[in-house]
Design a protein around this ligand. Structure first.
Ligand code: NCD
Length: 307
């Protein structure tokens, strides 16, 4: 059974195809309105979410399907001690496809090897978030017209930010991509991501704590929130939370055609005054997330022979 647990579960041709389908859905939504008639998506969320869960659910409704939801894993049998494996086997009896978010790295993978329907990782701890990355890739393709030859600045919590780990893994597969890794010392990109992805593929990167110095080099600035829930103590969080705040003044140093992305939720790291800047693409990103998830649900249900 085909599941998507990390972004490299999809090859580049498949990503191109998902982007093409998402663009077609944007152009002609009516064509897809009954594509999943009567099929059911289960969303199992063991961590807070607004965009990811609701975009999966909106995606399934717009394909004509239905949704079963555990929006708060604390209220499910997991709270009684049920294993992820048993939950996955159980939910496979009710749903045709599962989207799972879990605080434990690897939990959606465990679900995928026990489920009899496709499982999509909707974020596992500080590890991966492949559908956010698909959202980011669709947005980059639509806004910049390409996925190669780009200088990407990722800024903020590079240690715990799973969206950053998946984005780096995805973008490292395209020619001519380089990274500016902008973070406080304490929140640097984990060495396994540097070694296994950037160094293994020979992708150029620079590490810096200085956002303003990096800004003029960037085609894309990907801002992230400091991941409070993954800190061991509140004092460290309070010290680091406002390390970077993007303001209209700082943006004067950036290129006119740079785009600003953020997986959201934003806390303080982008001032609200930036929203009016034509380079701010984070709310477009939210909408794109629904379309690319429609494309992914369609693909996995077709491959499973469900539709
Ligand atoms: C991200 C996540 O959950 O990792 N949010 C999202 O899915 N759009 C980013 C975050 O929570 O900071």
């Amino acid at each position: 059974m085909r599941s998507v647990i990390r972004i490299t579960d999809l090859d580049l041709a498949e990503i191109d195809e998902l982007i093409a389908v998402a663009n077609d859905i944007i152009e002609s939504p009516a064509k897809y309105a009954h594509a999943c008639d009567g099929k059911k998506l289960a969303t199992l969320f063991f961590e807070p979410s607004t965009r990811t869960r609701l975009s999966f659910e909106a995606a399934m409704y717009e394909l004509g399907g239905h949704v079963l939801s555990v929006p708060d894993g604390g209220a499910s049998s997991a709270a009684k001690g049920e294993s992820v494996a048993d939950t996955a086997k159980t939910v496979s009896c009710y749903a045709d496809i599962i989207a799972m978010r879990h605080p434990k790295e690897g939990a959606p993978y465990v679900a995928s090897v026990n489920a009899t329907v496709p499982v999509i990782n909707a974020g596992d701890g500080g590890h991966n978030h492949p559908t956010q990355t698909l959202t980011d890739l669709l947005t980059i393709q639509r806004e910049k017209g390409r996925l190669d030859k780009l200088t990407v600045g990722v800024c903020g919590d590079l240690k715990f930010g799973r969206t950053v780990h998946s984005l780096i893994e995805a973008m490292s597969r395209y020619e001519g991509v380089s990274f500016q890794l902008i973070s406080p010392e304490e929140l640097k990109l984990p060495s396994y991501v540097k070694k296994d992805i950037l160094q293994a593929k020979g992708v150029p990167y620079e590490q810096t704590t200085d956002l303003e110095a990096a800004l003029p080099k960037l085609d894309i600035l990907y801002m992230t929130r400091v991941q409070r829930e993954r800190f061991f103590n509140e004092e460290d969080y309070l010290r680091l939370k406002d390390s970077y705040i993007l303001t209209p003044e700082r943006l004067q140093k950036a290129r006119e055609d740079m785009i600003i992305l953020h997986p959201l939720p934003r806390v303080n790291e982008i001032s609200v005054a930036v929203d009016a800047d034509p380079r701010a693409c984070y709310f477009k990103q939210v909408l794109n997330g629904k379309y690319i998830r429609m494309a992914l649900i369609l693909k996995l249900l077709k491959e499973a022979g469900t539709i």
